[in-house]
Design a protein around this ligand. Structure first.
Ligand code: F0G
Length: 464
């Protein structure tokens, strides 16, 4: 028989977790104003809030931490990272930043401008991540989502739901003058629409279209290795290619990239922005020096750059990706087995539970996915995150709520951190919530919200 995948690593250090009681959790979540971000981590048993910065580093990465060179300029650790980025991704010029959104900030400062310089400008792409959109809108520019329609139905099986609809993209490229489109941003994999990948064919077509209109193409590459894994598994012609060859080809179509290293870099903090064009690197470096730090460390410690250079290589190993994406699918299959509707096909880093289908009686004005997240926490101390109306924020022009097509509860799985027994626990907890779902008819109302990216700090109270 075919052997199943098994993790290509074993545990050397463990971190204890404490289970809590329902009574404790009810008090803690009320104190947290029903915002899961406000919970202390020790109040959480299985933390699936994010796969960002929560992965477990390898012994090789820890060893590299000890070799960290903390020189202000020209650190050895910087050159190790530079070599990895060149070797693996094909970018000669890069700037380290403290995380992904910092990479967005410095890049957009150079390309879109600062202050209100973005007014009248647009950045087309595929379901821009919220910080990406935030940095675009903060500059008064507009992020235009050109994702294929299939992405917005959780039950449609499509191998590459992160794909861009080329007609939608071309209509944007046609409608605005070149100087109003500073860049096109392709997110691989597409977090906001379910951890869904973009096919190589689509990457190639988007690149050709952008070239035709003279618009630079950047990849938001937080989960580029998972994207490459899906190309290998799902796209004809790539089944026999190794991950690194696929990664190399993917980036050959980009002018540059932003990276949140906290995901497929498997480090706890860090990011970078990389370019093929030295002029653009030079222009962006001015902002990086102002906002992040000097060119050879940006927002990162030397030891973290060293660990990242190892992490990027480990994240592009097939066996690692097989067990990583396999664990996500394992949770997906368990939930499907319990009759819970989740985004199909399963994403690379997370399972997205369809909250509209799970809690149909909760009015959309009362935040269905947030309500489901709170219920799952109360049930079992499992923390997910709302990808729905709270995250979507209000329309910056009208101030009206923007109800997204999907109301999802994301269960993001940290890399190399939890076992499949934890996944069994999570699935059983959600099945219990489903069993009492018909009795959940009311959600929450907002007591406090920030003007932008409100979901992090929103305060809620029960609507009934
Ligand atoms: N791009 C994508 C696709 C992301 O998922 C994230 C972060 C960022 C950019 C920003 O990177 O956090 O390092 O500043 N996503 C995290 C998440 C926060 O939970 O999905 P960052």
């Amino acid at each position: 028989m075919d052997l199943p995948y098994a993790e290509p690593y074993r545990n050397k250090t463990i971190e204890p977790l404490r289970r809590s009681t329902r009574y404790e959790r009810d008090a803690w979540i009320a104190e947290a104003k029903y915002n899961l971000f406000n919970l202390r981590s020790e109040y959480v048993f299985v933390d699936l809030l994010t796969d960002s910065g929560t992965g477990a580093m390898s012994s090789a990465q820890w060893a590299e931490m000890m070799l960290g060179d903390e020189s202000y300029a020209g650190a050895t650790s910087y050159y190790k990272l530079k070599e990895t980025i060149e070797d693996l991704l094909g970018f000669t010029y890069f700037l380290p930043t403290h995380q992904g959104r910092a990479a967005e900030n410095v890049l957009f400062s150079a390309l879109i401008g600062v202050g209100d310089a973005g007014a009248g400008k647009v950045v087309p792409g595929n379901s821009h991540f919220d910080t990406t959109k935030g940095h675009i809108e903060f500059r008064k520019a507009c992020a235009i989502d050109c994702t294929i329609d299939e992405a917005f139905d959780t039950q449609v099986e499509h191998p590459f739901k992160g794909n861009v609809d080329l007609e939608k993209l071309e209509s944007v490229l046609k409608a605005y003058p070149r100087e109003s489109i500073p860049l096109c941003m392709l997110t691989i994999t597409c977090n906001s629409s379910g951890g869904q990948p973009v096919s190589m064919e689509n990457i190639k077509d988007v690149s050709a279209l952008c070239k035709r209109y003279g618009v630079p193409l950047f990849f938001d590459s937080a989960r580029f290795a998972e994207n490459a894994y899906f190309i290998k598994k799902r796209e004809p012609g790539y089944e026999d290619k190794d991950i690194r060859t696929i990664v190399w080809e993917m980036f050959s179509y980009a002018d540059g990239m932003t990276m949140s290293s906290k995901k497929d870099g498997i480090v706890n903090i860090g990011g970078f922005v990389a370019f093929k064009d030295p002029e653009l690197w030079r222009k962006t470096s001015t902002f990086n020096i102002m906002f992040e730090g000097f060119n050879t460390y940006g927002g990162m410690a030397g030891r973290d750059m060293g660990a990242l250079s190892v992490g990027l290589r480990e994240a592009t190993e097939f066996d690692y990706l097989e067990s990583r994406v396999g664990q996500v699918a394992y949770l997906g299959r368990l939930l499907t087995g319990y009759g819970i509707d989740v985004q199909r096909p399963y994403g690379g880093h997370a399972i997205f539970v369809d909250a509209k289908r799970m809690l149909p009686a909760v009015p959309k004005e009362e935040f269905q996915a947030q309500t489901l997240g709170v219920e799952l926490y109360r049930e079992a101390g499992v923390r997910g995150v709302e990808i729905g109306t709270l995250l979507a924020d209000r329309d910056p022009e009208t101030g009206m709520e923007r109800y997204p097509a999907l109301e999802l509860l994301r269960l993001a799985i940290p890399r190399r951190t939890y076992t499949n027994a934890h996944m069994d626990y999570v699935a059983a907890a959600l099945a219990n919530v489903k069993e009492r779902a018909s009795a959940i008819t009311r959600g929450y109302r907002i007591v406090y919200e920030a003007p932008i990216m409100r979901h992090f700090t929103v305060e809620l109270e029960p609507a009934d």
